[in-house]
Design a binder for this molecule. Structure first.
Ligand code: AKB
Length: 315
């Protein structure tokens, strides 16, 4: 039976991935760990939860040893906009934290999932149908830390045989746990504001294309890549996974099909607009589809319908 440790388990991806893994493997086999000393009750009630600082390697070792962990989903990270405001913190958590996890994985022979991001690409990368293997010269510390993370995963696989796997996530849209400090957060806020106030002020320009994905597909990608046949996995850094290429304007049109009086206006945040402009419009994910059968389930209107229904029900 697998024993899984999830770092960053109270975050946007972690909270939903932990639930999905517990449904699959049993609640006692999935150890949730987050930096909050007092997490919401739902995290404590649903299985083992521990407070963890990924920058203290001995605390990771203690959990891996105590629970005989064989797989680590390492989700603890600082997102792009926050990292840009505090680059040292971004590097410390995203790179030093990952180094600690990889060292523990080497010592205790664990497999490791680490999310990479569309943030690994930069202005010189082809924007449309961004290939799996292409120029990676990001202009943000977040992107630099994620490229470093991808290279570290390759290194630990080649040098030590650590079973490292990852995907390059687009901006993720979900209703259960809010994202914090990302450039793509608008795509979550827009749904909450549409339901609550029927209007939203967006910090990105109306025509800004970005790769976006609904959370159930993101969770599926993380589980599928970790269960894929190691013989077919040829990329140990991270795979492009894509689902929808959207702009604020396009999401607005989809919301208006359900909430016709929804309106949007724009107050551009130069920091986040510059980051978004440096990222791809749409990644090409043929390699993930061929090598481990990646396939998203949700399109825009299906996601919009599900987001609005769930947000409305929880009010
Ligand atoms: C962010 O906006 O920083 C993240 C990401 C695309 O990695 N959502």
């Amino acid at each position: 039976m697998k024993k899984v440790l999830v770092t960053g388990a109270t975050g946007q991806i972690g909270s939903e991935l932990t639930t999905a893994l517990r449904e699959k493997l049993g609640m006692e086999n999935v150890i949730a760990a987050g930096h909050k000393k007092t997490p919401e009750q739902r995290f404590i009630d649903s299985g083992p939860f521990h407070c963890l600082d990924v920058n203290r390697i001995e605390t990771i070792a203690a959990l891996v040893e105590r629970y005989k962990v064989d797989t680590i989903y390492h989700l603890a990270a600082i997102l792009s906009a926050t990292a840009e405001k505090n680059p040292q913190l971004g590097w410390h958590i995203n790179v030093d934290g990952l180094c600690n996890v990889l060292e523990i994985a080497r010592e205790y022979k664990c497999a490791v999932f680490t999310p990479s991001s569309i943030g690994v690409f930069g202005a010189e990368t082809p924007k449309d149908n961004t290939p799996q293997d292409t120029i990676q010269r990001p202009s943000t510390i977040y992107g630099i830390s994620k490229v470093t993370g991808e290279l570290l995963c390759d290194y630990y696989f080649t040098k030590y045989g650590v079973d490292t796997r990852g995907v390059r996530y687009p901006g993720l849209i979900s209703y259960k746990t809010p994202p914090g400090g990302g450039t793509t957060d608008y795509a979550v806020e827009i749904y909450f504001e549409a339901v609550k106030n029927r209007k939203y002020t967006c910090y990105l320009k109306p025509e800004t294309y970005l790769d976006l994905m609904y959370m159930p597909d993101a969770v599926k990608a993380a589980i599928d890549i970790m269960t894929a046949d190691p013989e077919t996995i040829r990329h140990r850094n991270a795979y492009n996974v894509s689902s929808m290429s959207l702009t604020p304007e396009i999401i607005t049109a989809s919301i208006k099909k359900i909430i016709p009086d929804f309106s949007i206006d724009y107050k551009i945040d130069p920091l986040r607009q510059a980051i978004a402009d440096s990222w791809p419009n749409k990644m090409e994910d043929r390699v993930a589809r061929e090598e481990w059968g990646w396939m998203p389930d949700y399109d825009l209107d299906a996601m919009t319908e599900d987001m609005i229904r769930n947000i409305s029900q929880s009010r």
